[in-house]
Ligand binder design. Sequence first.
Ligand SMILES: [Zn+2]
Length: 438
Amino acid sequence: MSDIDVKYAALGGAAGWLGPATTPELVAPDGIGHYRHYRSGSIYWSPASGAHEAHGRIRDRWAALGWERSFLGYPVTDETAVPGGVGRYNHFQGGSIYWSPASDSHEVHGAIRGKWSSLGWERSFLGYPLTDESTTPDGIGRYNHFQGGSIYWTPTTGAHEVHGAIRGKWSSLGWERSFLGYPLTDESTTPDGIGRYNHFQGGSVYWTPATGAHEVHGAIRSLWSSMGWERSFLGYPTSDELSTEDGTGRYSEFQHGSIYWSPATGALACRETVRLHIKCLTAPTRFSINQMVSNMRLTYATAQVGVKYASFEVLNLPALNDLDVGACNMGNVTAEQVDLFSHRNNVTGNDVVAYFVHSTQPPFNGCAAFPAGRPGAAVASGASAWTLAHEIGHVLGLSHVNDNNRLMTGNGTDNITNPPPDLIASESTTMLASNSTN
Ligand SMILES: [Zn+2]
């Protein structure tokens, strides 16, 4: 008897589940092994692997890949039930094929199989493979998707799993074709024990139950890292990296602050945030609101104050569009200012509102006098690029100075000589202590 005959007899012969032979024992196309087909499966033998049966959907998958001439080679086990589960597998010389009712049969091999094995095979959070190993769209990497996540591999990064909300974020950004590239780690627990992260070639994705999953990368990530990651005062990211409204800067928001970056300033950590609402009666004519907000981000970041552009609303209030501001003295407002500043849709607590009006009467670029408990400022349509930042500076407690290098110059922000204008350390201290920064 051949080894194939011995295996057949052990499985019950013609009366067993394999049923009667449908071929004689034949030499396999690779010229090395032998095989014999039966009504309900096959037995393959080679000198290196011995004789093993394959059948059903696992045999179908192996056949589709090219039988023994595929990278899988010959089976080294019979089809076997997974421990305590519903699935089945054959191991082969070059990998494995796993089947379950929900996932059908798929092969897994090489470093990806090694990673899956190290995590606990189908009993891990990954569950069963949902794909064969496949080439990534960029042509460089390989992956298997599993029921509970994916494993990605490249020659330079090795094999790493990514799953859950972090995988969802990576997917939404474009997988390996995004700036993140391939994962460099499995999903890992942060040192504070609360969050989870994967590092990627081009950045990281951090997740917590409270914040969700957000990417952080580049100079902003470098600064956050140097500060101590999530253990810094910033905590976890609450946004992906965002562009400033005028496209000249970038920022990421965190639980307890933000990091701003621009080519001129590099990365700057902001430990407080002013929540800014824009309410527009007349759009400014010389500089856009977006440019003014972006300039505000730029100067305020140098004082460790971030800006949250919380809402925008158009107000149709023609009677207040040329706003009577009287002498524009802080704490001394007109009836029209009381009326205008009562419009606080979406505004909570000590959020700050900038009302863009056609003009102030008398004519100023803006006026930061506001009624008690309604912090904000009016900005006229002829305002300079720095008027918004300047007027909100007043709202946060800053006074005029006689220095045209500084944002708070009392000589008119059109006369600023060194954009972006300076906020000095004592002004930063005042802003950070303001009730309107959090
Ligand atoms: Zn002023």
